[in-house]
Ligand binder design. Sequence first.
Ligand code: GH3
Ligand code: MG
Ligand code: MG
Length: 354
Amino acid sequence: MIDCCCTGRSEKDNEFCAYRENDKVIEHIENTPSASSRTDLLGEGACGGNKILVVDDSPVYRKLVEQSLSAERCALLFAKNGREALDLFAKHQPALVITDWNMPDMEGPELCKRIRHDFPDCYCHLLMLTSNSGKEKIVEGLRAGADDYLTKPFDFGELAARVGVGRRIVELHRQIQEKNRLLEEMALTDALTGLPNRRAIDIWASRQLSAAARHDFSFWAVMADLDFFKKVNDTYGHDAGDTVLKTFAEILTAQTRESDMCARLGGEEFLVMMTHSDKEGAETAIERIRKQFENTKFAFGNHTVTATASFGIAGFRGTKPPDWNALVARADTALYAAKDKGRNRIECELETEI
Ligand code: GH3
Ligand code: MG
Ligand code: MG
């Protein structure tokens, strides 16, 4: 049974020879319907979910595994030792690894441990395929990080079925990860404007504030609040109010740098975090925002409407950063001064001299 692996389909003989004759890094793909889709599966844009890494120092067993998975739509990668396996894993992040136990440089359990340790964020299904059939070996393999264990000589159908199970688990894992990512994104995003929310800016700005102290760059917190916004809602309706809020958010984003952060705190209150700018620069940037918003015309029914906003700025530069909330409170005080002085204006708090 083992020997007949060399009598494979002639079209593929060259590839088989490649790993038998050269006996070095083997990285080729199989089991795909056409030459072009092979490239698709292994190329840059390919999903790791299609890739299976087969690690075995025996060319015969590599071939047997390949034959047993011939009906699977997947890209097979081959390594003949642990080192090659780790290199290929780093490069392709395969969804599944089928590994032998006894190899020249590294034993299968050691490879499982290394993959689990070195790639903690890249979940894959590890299947150990070995002639070690003792119960204590199975336990050792599973404890080392393998998810499944199959003994040689193996049944083609059983390996293919177990690979199917592994792929299902990996796919479920991927879906959960994607849902978690979306939930995390939602937890940090304001649904109406798409801006980061209070939670997001609190996390990011606190970190940036520490960085500003450590690397000596300036840091600004700018509170913004739309003027008489209740009137917009009361006169033109909530949808009109929402349009104004979204437009203000767009202007904030367009007029600040990528490295800055604009957030909606709730209602018609926004908070901007800016760095690497002196006081004049910060004021100029905010003035651009104030002006552009003031000049924006909204058409609600037969009415052309304009809106304005007030801004309060507080800054920091030095080696001892203030608490982020304290800095926001100072910006809020400046905002209240802007409201007091007639709205549609910018006030910078007095303590700020940068
Ligand atoms: P001031 O100039 O003093 O800031 O007055 P204001 O009317 O802007 O402030 P006030 O706090 O009295 O009113 C804020 C309004 O914001 C009240 C509420 O109807 C409106 N608002 C809060 N959240 C939303 C929202 O998500 N969408 C809309 N359309 N309106 C909102
Ligand atoms: Mg307001
Ligand atoms: Mg308000």
